[in-house]
Design a protein around this ligand. Structure first.
Ligand code: NI
Length: 132
């Protein structure tokens, strides 16, 4: 499956943006506030040696997405987002591979309201699916 982005949990989004820019990434979106999930989202891209997109996610007041593990380990990549053509069919196929659905498909306001869902497998951890 085609990778859309790698999602990073970061403690301080401004600081993270500055450092990623020094690593060769360029800002590729507005810094977006997701009202529902209470998170800030910023996309950056690095076009050296291929083309990589990262999504920085920082919590704001009242966010309940991240538990103690994140607080302990600090800023870290935590999901790879894959593009899929048909969300329901992909979810079904991955469920056969022992992925469990951890967040129902819903529109992602930071990605033109395209639908995203999160799944988890013991073998590979958390993945995000983005409908094309
Ligand atoms: Ni993501």
């Amino acid at each position: 499956m085609k990778i859309h982005h790698i999602g990073y949990y970061v403690k301080n989004i401004d600081e993270a943006i500055e450092i990623f820019q020094k690593l060769g990434y360029k800002i590729s979106s507005e810094c977006f506030f997701d009202e529902t999930r209470k998170i800030f989202i910023q996309f950056l891209e690095n076009h050296q040696g291929g083309g990589y997109r990262i999504e920085l996610i920082a919590e704001s007041e009242g966010c309940e997405l991240f538990g103690k593990k994140f607080k302990k380990f600090g800023s870290t990549p935590y999901h790879i987002c894959y593009e899929c053509e048909e969300m329901e069919r992909t979810l079904e196929e991955l469920q056969k591979e022992n992925f469990i659905l951890i967040r129902e498909p819903q529109p992602a306001s930071a990605i033109n309201n395209r639908r995203v869902a999160f799944m988890y497998s013991d073998a590979v951890g958390q993945i995000e699916l983005l409908e094309t």
